[in-house]
Design a binder for this molecule. Sequence first.
Ligand code: ATP
Length: 287
Amino acid sequence: MVTIRGRAKINLTLDVLGLRDDGYHEIATVMQSLALADTLTLTREESGIALTVDMPGLETDERNLAWRAAALVIEHCGIRGGVRIDIVKRIPVAAGLAGGSADAAAVLRGMNELYALRLSDAELCALGAQIGSDIPFSLMGGTVFATGRGENMKPLADFPKIHVVLAKPPVDVSTPWAYRAYDAHPPEQRPDNSAFLEALAAGDMTACMRLVGNVLEPVTERAHPIVGDYRSRMYAHGAACAMMSGSGPTVFGLFTEQESAAYTAEEFRRETGAAVYLTQTAGRYGV
Ligand code: ATP
């Protein structure tokens, strides 16, 4: 039996560079993993894939990315045997936090261990990229600059440990919808990835906080103005910076002081009734 965690991520920057011939968007993004994680337990079975999730409404068949990751490893490695996967879900769903990718990445690493497959990180990332663009990052964790569909990764110096308040407005945003809305009205203002990367390399956190930016934020905010409201509230509570993650709708605030992050989380819950999570940035797996 193997127990493994799949961590959530936020995007500190996210730019869309264009639409590719294969229908995917070319992106450039700095991704950051969080301590907030789902827990997955994998147990050997004689055959087949059995999946349970403690969150009602979430698929437990081949539509679940965790299921697909297990099927891919079984097929790729010619495994004669099956697996039971039990997921304790803590990452909010359809929130811009890559919860599904986190689970798929955890299953890839978990299967590698459970069946002693000795797949390298590069092999795991190649398998993960077949299922979803964020999965290679979810396998690696830490702070990464990703391009292409998100699968070309350049590991960066770890972003310093900082407290993160996540607030999910009561709406679900699907990633394909956000990209379609982006194509219809691409925003003019874009994040400056080069400046952010320079500031990070120089350890200039004040500049990093100023340079966070997400080109999808105005896109989702146009349909869901509550995103802007949540961002303003984060700033009003003293966040060093606040922004929507991925295609949203979750808004994160970064706080240098644990106390003020905890106070903000509490107040946010009281003021809005939102689903609020208090967590921290996390470094690379296994480092
Ligand atoms: P991303 O930021 O990668 O676009 P997200 O955080 O917006 O993802 P997810 O939480 O990964 O979104 O879920 C998107 C959809 O994927 C869900 O609505 C659900 O139907 C499906 N899904 C498949 N497998 C999972 C899983 N293991 N956990 C959560 N959602 C899953």
